[in-house]
Write a protein that binds this ligand. Sequence first.
Ligand code: NAP
Length: 285
Amino acid sequence: MSAQILDGLGLARQIRTSLQERTRALREAGVVPRLEVIVATQDPASVAYVRMKRKWCELAGLESGAFEVGPDTTQAQLLDQIRRLNEDPKVHGVLIQHPLPGHLDEHEALLTLGAEKDVDGITPQSLGRLVADLPGFRCATPLGIMTLLDRHGIPLQGRRALVIGRSVILGKPMALMLLQKHATVTIAHSRTQNLPDLCREADVVVAAVGRAAMVRGDWIKPGAVVVDAGYNRVEGRDTDVGDVHFESASQVASWITPVPGGVGPMTVASLLANTVEAAERAARA
Ligand code: NAP
């Protein structure tokens, strides 16, 4: 392997330690930072992610709570709960864990959540602020990736970046954040033609697809930076697999994220950092 590792887990732990100091100061000022999560109980992956997020909250000095939604939860109950959380001064951040059960309207839920508590940065209001270059909470996963690139001194200005995936929570905001740092950005998706050739032109590749090991080493320009946001369950393996074929891509890239231990922990660290910032704002108000 020639690539250096973009160590997301190591950086996320450092961020968590710095958050401990901030949460201690907040508690001394009488503010206990608190994150509330809305989660579908019948989705095992969501339940596992939320369990991990709650553990990280505890380690960073935040309190957390969960509102569990199931087959019997009505849309009215969901929206009532979101409105309650919007109004509760003890709650600083709210995460609506995707996906909610199919009978619930997730868009309406996101439209109901107040932007000042949208620490995952995925409501239309937060995304609009990103598009308009206005301050606001940024989406946790792309924010985590930007922090990872920044802390490793990866230059972006004038570089060609390729984002593979155009989802609202990942691909699109990722592309906008790279654009804000003056990269020349291309977004690829399922109808893109000649993806391997496009990929070979990129100095920075962010894979956000959801297809195990799709991006191969021979797609990568020598010396490119490769970020793998994918988490894919593969039968017969204990750990999730990324969208990048790590073994071959790491022979060609200059920097690469591992899976696990790359983007995942940075997402959680960003979510917690946004929540602490929301609590600090509340304390100043
Ligand atoms: P998503 O909503 O399913 O979007 C996937 C995107 O990939 C879509 O834009 C799709 O294109 C595109 N795509 C699918 N097949 C493709 C192909 N063959 N070639 C090129 N593009 C293709 O998924 P997501 O929520 O963005 O998540 C993407 C991955 O990131 C998943 O593995 C997910 O588990 C992971 N993830 C990780 C974190 C984290 O914290 N690390 C957070 C969120 C998600 P179309 O738009 O044309 O359909």
